[in-house]
Design a protein around this ligand. Structure first.
Ligand SMILES: Cc1ncc(COP(=O)(O)O)c(C=O)c1O
Length: 407
């Protein structure tokens, strides 16, 4: 099958993903995806319509080709699409203001392009501060949690030959220490730590929420020890959990919040929103990005932010409760072993012997796109999915799980 798919270009891509031979080629106004495949005779074959419970892993949180977002992009692109960073554009400043207001008083935002970059810049901001505030004896470590995922960049500053891009940073990969989720942190380690970065719900490892007690413990630990708390909201932020940010379920007050994925509604943009304390070490030239704050992408993100009114977030919570109720029903019927999540972000543990990747493929054949995360099935419908589409998707999932459990 791979050979025939290669006719439409598969072999041009670096082989880093387990590419499906199902090729999405359009969407409709109900948000369904249309797929095709090149069959073994080399002919294009149309496959069924698919309900999307995957949202491009949270990026297309308002569907694949949302007209309001497209229009926002085009209208801005006709004026100014991208400009060098010595100039501000209206959509960029407006978006920063919206994010700052959503996080809290005194925050400011810096834009980059992807989740990993946002986290990297958050960590750099924390480290710049440490090296300025505690310059005599900077605390070296940044703590992250076991099973976390924060992205795949990080080394290019060290590849860069001009040392000015590293001055004042003294950051290297040995400075990251992983600590266990939901367990107290060693006091000696804490005394050598200047930042802690967490996801409140660990998306990539299976949609595992940290406990409320642990989140409160981290909050207190950061306050007492003057540690910068970075909350990675790349997957959980921008309405995904029924609140603007996942940390709002936990009553946290992070120094730095990173967002990406859903912020751009399908366009690449990410943001690092920081309070005054986190900005202490930042000045002109310390952080930078050519495309960061791209005017057209910011115009789309402004539309996304405008859509996330309290009333809209209530609908996400409501639909999330519908999903949660259905998963409870699955669990009672032994179709799944367990589930966790909130809003439009759920992880399902399947019965022994039922593989998530297999269920994902079977769902696609039956007309439902879902995701996996670790060993779990991950469900992330677009936030504006209709109630009817949710029920239709759940019916397909139930059908596939019943079939697999009976094997
Ligand atoms: C919590 C979290 N942080 C960071 C990232 C990395 O984002 P990106 O792939 O946009 O670099 C992801 C991606 O899945 C994520 O889920």
């Amino acid at each position: 099958m791979r050979k025939s798919v290669s006719k439409i270009g598969w072999e041009n891509l670096v082989d880093t993903y387990a590419y499906s031979d199902w090729v999405p080629y359009k969407t409709d106004r109900f948000g369904r995806l249309y797929f095709e495949r090149v069959n073994s005779l080399g002919k294009r074959e149309k496959l069924g319509k698919v309900i999307d419970f995957s949202s491009a892993i949270g990026a297309t949180s308002f569907g694949q080709s949302n007209w309001k977002l497209i229009l926002a992009w085009v209208m801005q692109a006709r004026k100014i699409m991208q400009i060098n960073n010595s100039f501000m554009t209206k959509p960029t400043v407006e978006l920063a203001q919206k994010l700052n207001n959503a996080v809290g008083h005194g925050y400011k935002t810096f834009f980059v392009n992807s989740g990993a970059e946002a986290n990297e810049n958050a960590v750099m901001a924390a480290t710049y501060r440490e090296n300025k505030v505690n310059f005599k004896k900077p605390r070296p470590y940044i703590l992250t949690l076991s099973d976390s995922f924060h992205g795949r960049t990080g080394l290019m500053r060290y590849a860069t030959g001009q040392s000015k891009f590293r001055d004042g940073l003294y950051l290297d990969v040995d400075k990251f220490k992983q600590v266990s989720v939901n367990k107290p942190i060693d006091e000696v380690l804490l005394s050598k730590t200047h930042a802690i970065m967490i996801e409140v719900i660990q998306g990539e490892s299976g949609v595992n929420p940290v406990s409320k007690d642990f989140a409160t413990y981290l909050k207190v630990v950061c306050e007492i020890n003057d540690i910068i708390m970075i909350v990675d909201e790349v997957q959980t932020g921008i309405g995904r959990t029924g609140k603007m940010f996942g940390y709002q379920h936990y009553n946290l007050c992070p120094d730095i919040v990173t967002t990406a994925k859903g912020l751009g509604g399908g366009t690449p943009i990410s943001a690092v929103t920081m309070n005054e304390k986190a900005r202490e070490g930042i000045g002109p030239g310390k952080l930078g990005s050519t495309f960061g704050g791209n005017a057209a992408n910011c115009a789309v993100a402004n539309k996304v932010m405008d859509t996330l009114t309290p009333k809209f977030l209530d609908t996400v919570e409501y639909k999330g409760n519908l999903l949660g109720g259905q998963f409870q029903h699955f669990k009672r019927g032994d179709l799944i072993k367990d589930f966790s999540g909130v809003g439009m972000l759920w992880g399902l543990t399947l019965p022994d012997g039922v593989k998530a990747s297999h269920v994902k493929n079977e769902c696609l054949k039956e007309g439902l796109a879902v995701l996996t995360a670790g060993e779990r099935l991950r469900i992330m419908p677009p936030l504006n999915t209709s109630k009817e589409a949710i029920y239709d998707g759940i019916d397909i999932l139930e059908y596939v799980l019943r079939k697999e459990c009976q094997k």
